[in-house]
Design a binder for this molecule. Structure first.
Ligand code: T4K
Length: 370
């Protein structure tokens, strides 16, 4: 029987009429960008959803991260992890900072706090940990260490929109958190990103930095860039946010089906939310141990043969990118290197049919038997 292609994810979209209705007003105002009405409305809606006092919107998550690193006026070394998307390491390097790589824990693939202190020296200015797949870092341990050494903590929370621990929004952790609203994320505004931050004085600086450093009609005090979110994007975000709780509930059903089908398979490691964590079911990572009997790449190929496109997020480690050749050493983070070689993120999105989840699981489990 022929099947349609299944990609690793599929963007959630609001009903067409709802979006058209949302953007109608733009034909009255002719105000299309530069922090207009929709931008402001989206900010207020996000503050309510994430339970924060303040949020700054950006054209995408990457620019949001670059901008907050710059607005905090950081200099020197930043402790981070290589088990992430290109964006995290690139943002640090592009801002003239030096990344120092900390290994991850084998439990949830986030920064291992027990290794951080050995990496700190007098040039260290900040820690940039990554919440991976909707799992949260050990924020308490990381922030205790940061406080002891006077370091800033800026979370790459691209995967953690809407995630909570013991009811507390992940957006409230650390000095700042960056979110991505890219089309592939559990919550999207087509492209888009945001920073939540603890210091209210950052608000003005972030707004100025994302608008060329312009500080008044005739004044420009910083060499800023252009990273503003436009009104059409903000309108998409407003619409998608209305449907987010339903979308996350559907994702949860998909995730639970995967876990039910795969949790007893020998040599397969799943990634369920830790106790107290309300996940957004952003990704469906599976790590293949030796006792599974087949490698990650064999499973990847078996799925591809059926037109099912799983992805190797995050392989290779950012420290192995050719653009960093000779600069970083991935053997210094052996757990991250091992997981990167064994991980596969299976298709995950709200509208993924449970029959398709079953078919994907059948292929994964069959691969081990042959
Ligand atoms: N930090 C972390 C930890 C991140 O994961 C990311 C982004 C960032 C920072 C930076 O945030 P942004 O600046 O992007 O806001 C994708 C995304 O482009 C990227 O946003 C995301 N992480 C990363 C994990 O995944 P690719 O190169 O794998 O995307 P692509 O084009 O291959 O798309 C993957 C699948 O998504 C497609 O097979 C189908 C589906 N898709 C894709 C697009 C573009 C859709 O359904 N609709 C779409 O519009 O990077």
């Amino acid at each position: 029987m022929a099947h349609d292609t299944i990609l690793v994810t599929r963007s959630s979209m609001p009903p067409f009429e709802e979006y058209v209705d949302e953007i109608k007003r733009l034909w009255e105002t002719h105000w299309l960008s530069n922090m207009g009405e929709k931008h402001q409305e989206f900010e207020r809606a996000l503050e309510a959803y994430l339970e924060v006092d303040d949020i700054a919107l950006f054209v995408n998550g990457h620019q949001a991260l670059e901008c907050v690193l710059e607005a905090m006026e950081l200099h020197g070394k930043v402790i981070t992890t290589p088990y992430t998307f290109a964006s995290t390491t690139h943002a640090i390097v592009r801002k003239g900072l030096e990344p120092v790589f900390c290994d991850i824990t084998p439990d949830n693939y986030t920064m291992d706090p027990s290794l951080i202190e050995d990496l700190i020296d007098e040039d260290t200015c900040a820690i940039v940990p990554v919440h991976v797949y909707g799992n949260l870092c050990d924020t308490t341990a990381i922030e205790e260490i940061a406080a002891r050494h006077g370091l800033k903590v800026i979370y790459d929370a691209a995967h953690a929109f809407g995630v909570r621990r013991d009811g507390v929004s992940a957006a409230t952790f650390g000095d700042a958190s960056m979110f991505s609203f890219h089309a592939t994320k559990a919550f999207n505004s087509i492209e888009g990103g945001a920073v939540c931050f603890a210091d209210p004085t950052l608000r003005v600086r972030l707004d100025q930095w994302k608008n060329f450093g312009i500080t008044g009609v005739e004044t420009c005090e910083y060499v800023g860039g252009n990273a503003k979110m436009n009104e059409f994007v903000a309108a998409m975000g407003i619409c998608n946010l209305r449907h987010l709780d339903d979308e996350l509930a559907k994702r949860r059903v998909v995730a639970e089906r995967y876990w039910e089908r795969l949790e007893n398979a020998e040599g397969l490691r799943l990634s369920k939310p830790a106790q107290g964590v309300t996940s957004n079911y952003a990704y469906m990572p599976v790590v293949f141990g030796d006792s599974f009997g087949r490698t990650r790449d064999e499973v990847y190929n078996a799925l591809m043969a059926q037109d099912i496109h799983a992805r190797k997020y995050f392989y290779p480690l950012t420290t192995d990118f050719s653009c960093y050749e000779g600069r970083f050493d991935s053997s210094a983070t052996p757990i991250a290197a091992d997981i990167a070689n064994r991980v596969l993120t299976l298709p995950m999105y709200a509208d993924l049919a449970l029959e398709d989840v079953d078919r994907i699981c059948d292929i994964v489990l069959e691969t081990a038997r042959h």
